[in-house]
Structures are given as structure tokens and as C-alpha cells.
Design a protein around this ligand. Sequence first.
Ligand code: COI
Length: 354
Amino acid sequence: MTGTLDIAIQKTLKSRINEVDFNNIPFGKVYSDHMFVADYKDGQWGDLRIVPYENLSLSPANAALHYGQSIFEGMKAHKGPDGRALVFRPEKNAQRFNRSAVRMCMPEIPEEIFVGGIDALVNLDKDWIPENEGNSLYLRPFMFAADEYIGVRPSLTYKFMIFTCPVGGYYSKPVRVKVETKFVRAAEGGTGAAKTAGNYAASLYPAQLAAQQGYDQLIWTDSKTHTLIEEAGTMNIMLVIDNKLLTPPTSGTILEGVTRESILELARDWGMDVVERKLTVDEIITAIKENRLQEAFGAGTAATVAHISAIGHEGVDYELPAIESREFSNKVLKEMEAIKRGEKDDRFGWIHKI
Ligand code: COI
């Protein structure tokens, strides 16, 4: 459905869907047949179109390649029991996308183009939505500077695009994470709350060092003291200690996760004690040592709820309670998946039906 949006649609002459093994899909390597494109120039968005998924042709002087004006989002579509495509809270991602745009000096995009583009694209490629449990169609909207210019200033032209990929889980097993106390993901006043390419680029080297030590991910700490936990590179961090759900508050240095917010809302709805406050590494290690830490997990669109099996800090690996014993995270994962698949009542109004 394209609603009132004027989207030109050019369909592929040959679908690639039969080449895909839907029982065995790696994350982020298989792309559906079409993509949505809109161009920004002369102060407005226009030329909305859907075309076959294909490579782009860019100038070597493309401003985004040099100075990093590039932002993105991630969402997932599932197929509901009646065969309709269901997208989880896309308006939240549209709003965060625009907050990222403002921080990166890029133009905002009207929510109706962001969500309308998703509607039209997912509707066209709905056969690409995997139906087996744990799988989904990952949606990747992004925007980048399009000027051919290597002077340092905000670009005057931009491209907004969406492509989709059928995906399985982001992590195939519970993750071992290292508390990072040397490198920094984000500092106050920086771009930590924006979903911008540079934040991910900055995380690669420390994450690679941690991988060499056997860790799957990092838990970032604050840039000034390295004593407060922030987030992991691909997800927000949550802990259950003394039966309370704890997570650091989103501030300028932490991404405002849609999964994070939804989990907190569910926990509150279930009557759980939810505490958003600054959390020190020391209190977490003490809680582990005193057997008061019951659960630790990451929350994100791609990762959904990713159990943390061990936390490494200052050369010591702390093994965490068995996954089967984790009441809250197992329950919330099941509930979120059921809501996203339309198998449970959408009592919070989170589901956008296409
Ligand atoms: C998502 O969860 O959708 C993300 O954007 C994380 C990504 C870097 C895989």
C-alpha cells in the first residue's frame, strides 16, 4: 500500500527468491528483490521510487565516504497469522532517525515517507518474510550525504534508502562480553545517541581486540571514569539483580533503543521493579560475587534479547547463572516474539500492519 504517497514502482524482471534457503539464513547477507529510494535536493525530498535491489554508482568524492554523514535504522517485519506483514513500532524508529539526522546536520524525513516507504517495499517483497520461528525480514532504512564535494560542510543533497533482508538470529548463542575500560564509544556532547555510522566504526578496533581474547561483544563504560556501564555495540544492556530490572538511563551517550523501551514497558506492566539509573561496574561485579545477579542480557532489534553468559572485567571472567534459570529474560523474549508475530494481543498498540 502506498497510501497517499506518490511512489514510482519498477519491479524486477527476475526474482531471486528461489535461490534462498529460508531454513538457513545468515544475518545481513541476503537481500530481497527491491529497494526504496528518495532524493533530497533544493531543500526537499522527492523522486520517491522502488527499484530492483542493485549496486549504487557514487562519485569518489561522495561526501559521506569522506566525512561520515550517514545514519541508519533497523526494524523487523514478521508475517501475522492472517498473512499480513507486521512491523514493530516503525514510527519510533522514524522519530529516532530524525533525531540522528538533526545531530548529524542532515535533513529530517517526513514520517509518512519513512513509514510509507516501508509499507510499499514490504508489501512488494512480502514473500521474503521468513515464517519460521526466530527468523524475520530485517528492514534497513538509511540516509547518506550525496554531494560530490570534499570541502568540510554539511552536504546539500542526500539519499534516503530502504532495503530488506530475511534474517535469522544476530547471535547464534549467548554472548560473552568484556567490560571495556580503555577505549570509548561515546563521550558527553558527542554523537553516542545518534545511530550514525561513525559510532560503529569507532567500536570495531576495541571489539576486535576483545574478540581476540574470546569475547563476542563489549560493554562500554563512560568516557570520564570508566566506572559506569553504558551499552554494548549492538544492543542496550539490562540486568536482573535482587529481582529488580536494572538498566542505565539513556543519556547523550547511549542509544535510545526501541527494544529497550518496550522491554521496560512490559516489565512495568508485569509489576516488576524497574530501575533506570547509573550502574557502576563495581556494583555489578559485587552482585555477581554475592550471587545476587540473576540475569544479564542485551536488548536490540537485531539481537532481540541476547543472553549474556559471562562478563569479563580486568582479566577475570565471571560466569553468569544458567540460561534456563533466567525467568524474566526468557519470558520477555517469548512475549515480544509473540506480539511481533501477531500471536498475542497487541495491547500496547505496537504493531503496524501493512
Ligand atoms: C539493530 O539492532 O537493528 C541494529 O541496528 C544493530 C546493528 C548494528 C546490527
